[in-house]
Design a protein around this ligand. Sequence first.
Ligand code: R5P
Length: 290
Amino acid sequence: MLVIGGSASIDLAKELATVLDCPYISASTMRFPDGECYTRIDMEKIDDDAVIVQNTFPDGNLVEMFLLQDAARRLGAKSITLVIPYFGYARQDRVFKPGEPESAKIMCKMLDMNCDRVITVDIHKEVVLDNFTCPHKDLKAAMAIADYFAEKGIDIVLSPDIGAAGRAKEVGDYMGLPYDHLNKTRLSGTDVKIAPATADVKGKNVLIVDDMIATGGTIVAASAALKEAGASAVYVACTHGVFVNNALERFTGSPVESVLSCNTLNNAVSHISVAGLVADALKDAFAGKW
Ligand code: R5P
């Protein structure tokens, strides 16, 4: 097996190759003056199973993934496994109004053309992966997050909404801690309202877990509600730190003690690694376990 790092996921690809003790192969990617993508896998021939690690967000990275898949196939890769740490378009998983595309489905269909296996991490809706015809697996970052916070004095794990309640349960169970969820109402693309916590958080160190932070509106409102309810400290961990429009800055001066993300996307706080989880899933795949 060899690991090819697309330009969106170089650090994770290198770490994955180290954990797996297999070759890391770089790809030379640049943009033509008109913005189109050029890429080349830096090899003459692939006589091995290829693992391509590349986020499909934003759109330019998705195009690069298509090109890397074709290049790997042409070089003779025995099989192509896509590791997509952050799967773009997973939130657009259905047609909400007539005239809209089924965005997640069409992205899967295009990726499916040149791949034999797909691994994602905490994809927004797991059902999206059923659009692939090849074997696929969504990995849960809960254990990596739980391990990271094991010795940090957390008393309770909460999700900011009911949709992420399962994630709070997983992290809570790994840590041997109680868990609960808050109730969120979205007011706009950037702002949400969080109902007062039902769990007793008075004097407690709370860990909020979510699949992603985009504008930061959810976490700002959730942390304010928890402080209001008497929480002693609020820590935040998400899988995907998208942090649009410098969202990290919104936490300065907020009641949040610290914000961390996994390294599915590179950012200033992506200190929780999912490389071990991905490596284990790959080992299982090549051992025929899935
Ligand atoms: C929503 O379903 C997700 O789990 C996140 O809570 C949401 O995407 C976070 O977005 P934002 O940071 O913009 O509030």
